[in-house]
Design a protein around this ligand. Structure first.
Ligand SMILES: [Zn+2]
Ligand SMILES: [Zn+2]
Length: 179
């Protein structure tokens, strides 16, 4: 994955609308040559090209680093197939040459509610303390607090949520509402 130091690679096919030298995130395994099996775009449009493994640790040598978009694409021209991925969407595939499966992150909470058979309520979390305490990895990955954080709340047996005047205290106690 060349980036300045190893020389820039030219992609013979490049269909991204972003500039060829756009800085993108790659995980350590992709940087070291593993195939990209998971592509993600942040809410602000930044690209991430990842191996798809779930076992990445928080920072350290297993962390993400920046690479040049065209260099990444030059290493695997099939990445052009997701060049039209929208912000806040992800795409994953079982292997190089496999079909991409796209997913709208904005639907995650709705799916959660349907799957479990419960309505859920979302509340926005604002305090930097909450960010630091609960999503340290995301903080580091996003390089700051400029992303939305939502807490999912579950109702009690009668459909009342923590914070509602007559909510079940036991249910409320289990769900500390983050500042
Ligand atoms: Zn490059
Ligand atoms: Zn990875």
């Amino acid at each position: 994955m060349g980036d300045g130091t190893n020389g820039h690679k030219h992609a013979t096919r490049f269909e991204f609308t972003a500039a060829r030298n756009t800085a993108v995130f790659v995980c350590s395994r992709v940087r070291d040559g593993a195939p990209v099996l998971f592509v993600s775009r942040d809410r602000d449009g930044d690209w991430q090209f990842l191996c798809g493994g779930n076992e990445h640790g928080d920072g350290g040598t297993d962390g993400a680093s920046l690479a040049c978009l065209e260099c990444v694409v030059a290493g695997d021209l099939t990445l052009n197939d997701v060049s039209d991925l929208c912000s806040n969407w992800t795409a994953e595939r079982p292997g190089v040459g496999g079909a991409w499966r796209r997913h709208d992150r904005g639907e995650d909470f709705i799916v959660l509610g349907i799957l479990e058979g419960y309505p859920v309520r979302l509340r926005e979390v604002r305090s930097p303390d909450s960010y630091r305490e609960h999503v340290g990895y995301a903080l580091w990955f996003n390089q700051g607090y400029d992303f939305a954080l939502q807490q999912v709340l579950w109702p009690d047996r009668d459909g009342r949520f923590p914070g509602d005047p007559d909510a079940d205290p036991a249910t409320t106690a289990l769900q500390l509402r983050l500042p």
